[in-house]
Each structure stands twice: as structure tokens, then as C-alpha cells.
Design a protein around this ligand. Structure first.
Ligand code: SF4
Length: 366
């Protein structure tokens, strides 16, 4: 059914000018390690050859000597620091395939973060992902190579907005997409990802649910359940740019092409897709179906990462880059390991409440 209402900041006159990132406590400081050599040598070429095999279909040979010394240095520093690197599917192939220990979507990273034995976690993704890792690993040092890596969804709503929604709809449970700050997670009943959003909504056994902050994911969920969905006006700036018209013209050009799309896209885009699913579901769909020609309606690096693994699948564009994800680079991952910065910190009292919302989701899955 259609969503039953959609709200945004302009609907609340008393809305305070709140922050959209969580309160932080001062990070610890650590002695930086010396910068390693970043020369392209025969030793570097030999040591990184197995890694180049993984990405040779998406990184031209001429670019490898520029990346390989930093990749080798990061992998050595990881061991020296007792660190593990988590990377989202939207990270560039040289990060996702060559330095990450664990890769996946938000849910996979959140779950894997709870099993990590290392003392230090380097989160290659955006800030809310690093916060989620910190929530689940409060005693570990969680680093993000560039804390400016934000997200248009997380920035669209504050904890104060959630409290205003609760006042307007007393007794209605609130589900927050994980693409929210810890401050927002602390105000909601449970989190969800695009993989489990429908399951989470239905688990509440309520006739109506407030679902925030992505209006398009809310619309998709509403189409899959009888629960009445009250939405927020947030959107992903990457996925909302796709249009049904560009997909129709691609299909007109080649009727055999397969199109798969992320549920953060607008409804006219999803109407043209052969399959709609989270990043993890999209990857599994490609692994199982092995289409000859494919359009992945999501962030560009995910298509590169899938193509590195499945070179027989020809990827057609369009795709859109996420400027926030692209703030994470080999250079700032190296810097992060050298200096143990930038450390992600969350006010402990707020973290207790935010962690409960994430753990409710994880326990539901298990
Ligand atoms: S792709 Fe969209 S949802 Fe993901 S981090 Fe970028 S802006 Fe946020």
C-alpha cells in the first residue's frame, strides 16, 4: 500500500537546530609511526602480484605501480597495529579487494564487527558505519580515515526530529535505517538495513510504523507489507538521481540487458528493474544468474568490485559515484594506520541506547 504520510523538518515549527552527528568525546592520541617507503620496486611488484590478479580486470596495469607501494605498506602496518580493515561494497576496488579484511553491506559489516578480535578497526565507509562499529565494539579503537565522509540520509534527520515524530504519533514504534547517526539510533526502537527492512517492520506486530529517514526505501517497504508506513523526507543523493527514463532507453538499446536496482531508488526506477535488492542481495543475484550484460543501478564502485570477481559479466553504465564514500583513499587509510586517527568516539550514555537499537536488529536476524 502507499505510505500513509511523509514528514520533514519543515513540518515541525518547534524543531531545534540540532546536530546531525552524534556527540563525541575527545579521542586518544598515539605516537605516529614513521612513513614507509612508497617506491615502486621489484620487491613491491613481487609482493603485490597476487593482489593485482584480483583487480586486473578493473585497474589498468599502468595505474598499478602508483597504488601497489601504498597497498603493501597498509597491509604491513595492519599487522604492526593489530588492526582489521572493514570495507563497504561502495569502496574502490583497490581498497575493497586489496587491503580490506572484511567487505560487505551495512548489515554484513555490522555483524562482522561483533566478531572482530583485533584491537583496532579501520572503517572504510562513511561515518555512520564507523559509529555502528564503535557501538558494537565499545572497547576497541575504531578509526575512520576521513571523518568528513558523511551521508545525505544520515544528515537529513536529528534525534530531536525523532522525538517530535514520537510526540505527533504517540505509541507508534520507530524503525531507523542504519544510515543514521548514533544520536538518531538512540531515539528509535530498532534499526534495519535494506536487506531486512520488511522483516524488521513486520517483527514489531504494530498496525503502523514510523520508518526513517529514506522516503524511497519507505515506499518500497510499504509496497511489500500491510503495515501502514509513516515516512521521513530523506533521500540518498546517489540513488535518487537515477530515472526510469534512462533505464527504458538502455533497455530499448539492448532488450537482453538485465537491470538490477537498490531500493533507495525512486519507484519509477524500481518499476523498470528485473530485480530489486540490497547490495548483498544484488551481488548474490549476479553470482547466481551470471547475466551476459548487466546494469547495476547503484554506486559505481560496486559494479567494479563485482566485475573484478566476475569478469565474464559485462557491466553497462549508468552508475553514480558517492562523493562521501570516495573520501576514503589508500593515502588516508595509510595515514590512519600511521597516526591511529581519526578515532570515532560516542558519548557512552548515548551509545548504550543506540547499541540497543542495532542489537535488536542483529538478534532478530539470528
Ligand atoms: S550512497 Fe547514498 S546512502 Fe550510501 S553513503 Fe552515499 S549518500 Fe549515503
Amino acid at each position: 500500500m502507499p505510505i500513509t504520510g511523509i514528514y520533514g523538518p519543515e513540518d515541525f515549527d518547534s524543531r531545534p537546530q540540532g546536530q546531525t552527528t552524534s556527540p563525541r568525546v575527545p579521542p586518544r592520541t598515539a605516537a605516529p609511526l614513521p612513513m614507509p617507503s612508497l617506491q615502486w620496486t621489484a620487491d613491491v611488484e613481487r609482493a603485490t602480484a597476487p593482489l593485482y590478479e584480483r583487480v586486473k580486470h578493473v585497474i589498468p596495469p599502468i595505474e598499478w605501480p602508483l597504488m601497489a607501494p601504498t597497498i603493501k605498506a597498509i597491509n604491513e602496518l595492519k599487522r604492526a597495529r593489530g588492526a582489521v580493515i572493514l570495507a563497504h561494497n561502495y569502496q574502490a576496488p583497490e581498497i575493497f579487494h586489496c587491503v580490506a579484511d572484511i567487505g560487505g553491506d551495512s548489515l554484513q559489516l555490522a555483524v562482522e564487527a561483533t566478531k572482530v578480535k583485533a584491537d583496532v578497526i579501520v572503517q572504510c565507509g562513511v561515518h555512520f558505519m564507523a559509529e555502528t562499529s564503535k557501538l558494537l565494539n565499545p572497547d576497541k579503537t575504531v578509526l575512520i580515515p576521513d571523518s568528513r565522509a558523511g551521508c545525505s540520509l544520515a544528515a537529513s534527520i536529528t534525534g530531536a526530529d525523532v522525538r517530535l515524530l514520537r510526540e505527533k504519533f504517540p505509541g507508534v514504534p520507530v524503525v531507523a535505517y542504519v544510515n543514521t547517526s548514533a544520536e538518531v539510533k538512540a531515539e528509535v526502537d530498532i534499526c534495519c538495513t535494506s536487506s531486512n527492512a520488511v522483516q524488521v517492520v513486520e517483527s514489531l506486530n504494530a498496525p503502523s510504523v514510523i520508518f526513517l529517514p529514506d522516503r524511497y526505501l519507505a515506499t518500497y517497504v510499504a509496497s511489500k507489507t500491510d503495515v501502514k508506513i509513516i515516512a521521513w523526507k530523506g533521500a540518498c543523493e546517489v540513488h535518487e538521481r537515477f530515472t526510469g527514463e534512462e533505464l527504458r532507453s538502455l533497455r530499448d538499446g539492448d532488450p537482453s540487458v538485465q537491470i538490477i536496482a537498490h531500493p533507495e531508488c525512486p519507484p519509477d526506477v524500481l518499476a523498470e528493474a528485473d530485480f530489486t535488492g540490497s547490495t548483498a542481495h544484488m551481488i548474490n543475484w549476479v553470482r547466481e544468474r551470471r547475466p551476459r550484460r548487466l546494469v547495476m543501478i547503484t554506486e559505481c564502485s560496486m559494479a567494479d568490485n563485482v566485475r573484478a570477481e566476475l569478469p565474464d559479466v559485462e557491466m553497462l553504465r549508468p552508475c553514480n559515484l558517492c562523493p562521501h564514500m570516495k573520501r576514503i583513499t589508500l593515502a588516508n587509510i595509510l595515514d590512519s594506520l600511521l597516526t591511529l586517527g581519526e578515532e570515532v568516539t560516542i558519548d557512552p550514555a548515548l551509545a548504550v541506547r543506540a547499541r540497543r537499537s542495532v542489537e535488536r536488529m542483529i538478534n532478530l536476524k539470528n
